[in-house]
Design a protein around this ligand. Structure first.
Ligand SMILES: [Zn+2]
Length: 72
């Protein structure tokens, strides 16, 4: 699996829970973790995901989170 696939699949599995980039990197095992940001930004531009400030469903921190809107 490529890193974008890992990120996409992880967020989809957690629909509709918001997840921050750090938790996506840790749980989807994406390395280096900086690769999460551009992928999450791109996903946030699609109609299947939203991105913005919110509470991460994993670490409970208030930060930039990405959320899948639809189950497939
Ligand atoms: Zn988090």
């Amino acid at each position: 699996m490529t890193n974008p696939e890992r990120i996409y699949n992880f967020l989809r599995e957690r629909t509709p829970a918001p997840v921050c980039d750090d938790c996506v990197a840790g749980h989807a095992e994406v390395s280096p973790r900086q690769q999460v940001n551009p992928v999450a930004v791109a996903l946030g531009l699609t109609t299947d995901f939203t991105r913005g400030r919110g509470t991460c469903s994993i670490c409970q921190d208030e930060k930039l989170v990405t959320r899948s809107l639809r189950h497939f």
